[in-house]
Design a protein around this ligand. Structure first.
Ligand SMILES: [Cu+2]
Length: 327
């Protein structure tokens, strides 16, 4: 179970991008193996069929830590080599002494996920720095690869929302291992109709199983960002599947609108905007949950386990129990 963490628009019309041609389908050879933009109405009747779900995790030494990588964790972890500094005797000066705190303990505090527009420059830098650090540690690549593995059936069915909820919490934990002040911000694209400008210059290269991938974007070329009316229409659904299908369609359009890395399942989480886009989708779900108590994803058996992690659908119903909240 994840530890608990720290506590603490303008609706556009349909013409969000006057300089851009109307929604246009990709026809060329882009590596678009994933998210397809949806035309309203978003609901897909196939969404009502929960997946038949079984899988075998791959045996892959790229996944040393079961807390983050779940069942991907290697059965033969790499041999531990102590860092030279671990043998140094470190004595803090008396004035530096602070009472010890538990590392993986339950502080009872919630990670507060904020609108990225409200982040200070320091908070922006801390997020990008933590992202860079987990990438440099080669912890990010294997984590992105999980999203590239369709075995987890996390798109196009009722697992979409709960699965990505767990995925985001794991990412937040990974970032917090580097900087405990970091929480994932959200990108309210329906209101902004613009890409977060402070991310534009940040295009990391991530070592994926298939080789290094450098983040690219083709912003606004292949789709139109859903607007506030589309989000309101999704929110108006009274049952989980109709809501989930609609919100996944909105999510898909956001992926295709950014395009480049964001256009493919295997590469999308390399772009930090993926996490902010999904935090917004998750925030919309949390809001809908409050308005529709008891409406949960209709998942049972193996399909109810958010593999490769152990959380079940029921574990994902309460975001505060998962250690975070939205501001
Ligand atoms: Cu996804």
């Amino acid at each position: 179970m994840p530890a608990r963490r720290r506590s603490t628009g303008r609706p556009d019309g349909d013409q969000g991008h006057p300089h851009k041609p109307p929604r246009k389908k990709k026809t060329d050879d882009h590596d678009h193996d994933g998210h397809k933009p949806h035309d309203p109405p978003y609901h897909d009747p196939d969404y009502d069929h929960p997946p038949e779900h079984e899988y075998e995790p791959p045996d892959n030494p790229r996944y040393p830590d079961p807390r983050i990588y779940g069942r991907y964790a290697s059965k033969r972890p790499p041999r531990y080599v102590p860092h030279p500094i671990e043998h140094a005797c470190f004595k803090p000066r008396k004035e530096d002494y602070k009472p010890p705190t538990t590392c993986n303990g339950d502080s009872g505090e919630l990670c507060v996920r904020k609108d990225h527009r409200t982040l200070t420059v320091d908070e922006q830098n801390r997020l990008l720095n933590a992202f860079t650090q987990i990438n440099a540690m080669n912890a990010l690549g294997p984590f992105v690869d999980i999203h590239g593995n369709a075995i987890h059936q996390m798109h196009g069915n009722p697992r979409f929302l709960p699965w990505h909820r767990v995925y985001l919490v794991r990412m937040e934990e990974l970032l917090m291992a580097v900087d405990p002040t970091v929480c994932l911000p959200y990108w309210k694209s329906s209101e902004e109709q613009a890409f977060p400008s402070w991310l534009l210059g940040f295009t990391p290269t991530v070592n994926l199983n298939g080789g290094p991938h450098t983040v690219t974007r083709n912003i606004g070329v292949f789709a139109v960002l859903p607007n506030a009316a589309a989000v309101a229409a999704a929110m108006a659904n009274g049952t989980f599947n109709s809501f989930g299908g609609a919100v996944e369609g909105i999510h898909d359009s956001g992926h295709v609108w950014v395009d480049g890395s964001m256009g493919g399942f295997a590469t999308a989480p390399c772009d930090p905007v993926f996490w902010m886009h999904h935090a917004e989708i998750d925030r919309i779900w949390a809001e809908w949950q409050e308005a529709n108590p008891g409406q949960n994803p209709p998942l049972a058996g193996a399909a109810a386990t958010m593999d490769p992690w152990t959380e079940t659908e029921a574990d994902t119903r309460d975001i505060e129990a998962m250690g975070y909240t939205y501001a």
